[in-house]
Design a protein around this ligand. Structure first.
Ligand code: NIG
Length: 385
């Protein structure tokens, strides 16, 4: 069944040759884009949808979320707004609630959060384990996540659980836990930060995961300058996420590498941290992605539009840069931006992930902050809104 989407006032393709097109059309067939070009030249299709001058872009690619959780941390958020600093230790609160939840409760919670994201234009989403922190709880998180998210990351190295010996826990993560979880995930991650895992421990986790054939991601430089970015670049991680506190050498290292700097502005705002220096990264030539970091502790939002708006209004990114970072950048961070079924891009052969805004241009995402602008969404060719 093919669908012609026509009457597009502004089409952002993220394709180098196609660029941004006025008066454009798209044809979807099954789960793929099969044609992109000027509206008057569009071929026929089984169904025709006229979007009446609205802007169309690839669906958001949210490359960093933590949606395998139970419970709520409203109280911690309230304390933070009253001046208490964010610390890694809050993860243990969600760990306890997650361990106590049934599989059905965890799956239901995940499904609700994914549906919430999709309603707002997210069409490709990564999520992580990391609130189980036993072999059995990390394994069930990975299995549940694999049923509902596009990409799954193993984050056994999120926190050393309370009352646990750090060296024994590290051995567990790099050994039995990794062996159990690896068949169900594509990526491994480590929270490389004071209060979580230091540089040596992080390196051990990443090398063990690499030996298992997993791709690498790193939580780095969230709460202060530290070794996360350098380690991610050295080991060829696909992305290093947060990047809130960067030394000039970190910016240079990222600019000279294939590691994507994934910025999580909603998290920085919710934890009352400064916003990352996106301008320094972009001007140096680093690849930047924007992601929601949706989780119950540091960033409880699934809104990629909010991240884009913040990036433009408060981080000196242009609208074009921010939209690209939240679509193509996320895809690049997940190594899904090229080839058959590419995401974050609209060109023949790409996955049919389409986001129609109730606005004539993507500029309205920043020009009309806080307004829900998602008009229609196709995810892998299926109309989901
Ligand atoms: O990306 N930084 C580590 N992990 C999450 C927060 C998890 C939590 O506080 O529950 C993050 O911000």
């Amino acid at each position: 069944m093919s669908v012609l989407i026509t009457g597009i006032g502004e089409l952002t393709t993220n394709d180098e040759e196609l660029g941004t097109l006025p008066d454009a059309a798209l044809v979807l067939d099954g789960d793929r884009v099969v044609w992109v070009g000027p509206a008057p030249a569009a071929p026929d299709a089984d169904e025709r949808v006229d979007v009446e001058g609205r802007a169309v872009l690839p669906g958001w690619v949210d490359s960093h979320t933590h949606l395998l959780f139970a419970g709520d941390r409203t109280e911690e958020f309230g304390a933070r707004m009253a001046g208490k600093p964010y610390a890694a230790g809050g993860i243990a609160v969600t760990m306890a609630a997650t361990r106590a939840a049934t599989d059905d409760e965890l799956a239901g919670n995940l499904r609700r959060h994914v549906a919430e994201a999709v309603r707002q234009g997210t069409t490709y989403l990564e999520t992580k384990t990391g609130y189980g922190l036993t072999v059995a709880d990390e394994l069930r998180a990975a299995k549940i996540a694999a049923g509902h998210a596009d990409e799954v990351t193993f984050l056994g190295a999120h926190l050393v659980p309370p009352d646990t010996d750090a060296a024994s826990y590290l051995d567990l993560v790099c050994g039995e836990m990794l062996d159990a979880v690896a068949p169900h995930v594509r990526w491994a991650d480590v929270f490389c930060e004071t209060g979580a895992f230091d540089a040596d421990a992080s390196r051990a986790v990443l090398l063990a995961a690499q030996r298992k054939g997993l791709g690498l991601r790193v939580h780095g430089n969230q709460l202060g300058e530290g070794p996360g970015v350098a380690l991610a670049v050295e080991l060829g991680a696909a992305s290093v996420d947060h990047c809130t506190y960067l030394a000039p050498s970190d910016v240079d290292a990222l600019a000279g590498s294939d590691t994507v700097a994934t910025l999580l502005p909603a998290c920085d705002l919710s934890t009352r941290q400064p916003l990352p220096d996106a301008r320094a990264l972009l001007d140096a030539g680093a690849t930047v992605a924007l992601a929601s970091n949706c989780n119950p502790g540091s960033s409880y939002t699934s809104s990629m539009a909010y991240c884009v708006t913040t990036a433009v209004l408060q981080m000196r990114m242009s609208v074009t840069e921010a939209v690209r970072a939240a679509t193509w950048g996320g895809a690049r961070a997940l190594r899904r931006e090229t080839g058959d079924g590419a995401v974050g891009v609209l060109r023949p052969g790409a996955r049919a992930d389409v986001h129609v805004l109730d606005a004539p241009s993507v500029t309205h995402l920043a020009y009309r902050p806080g307004v829900a602008l998602t008009h229609a969404v196709w995810r892998a060719g299926r109309r989901v809104r």
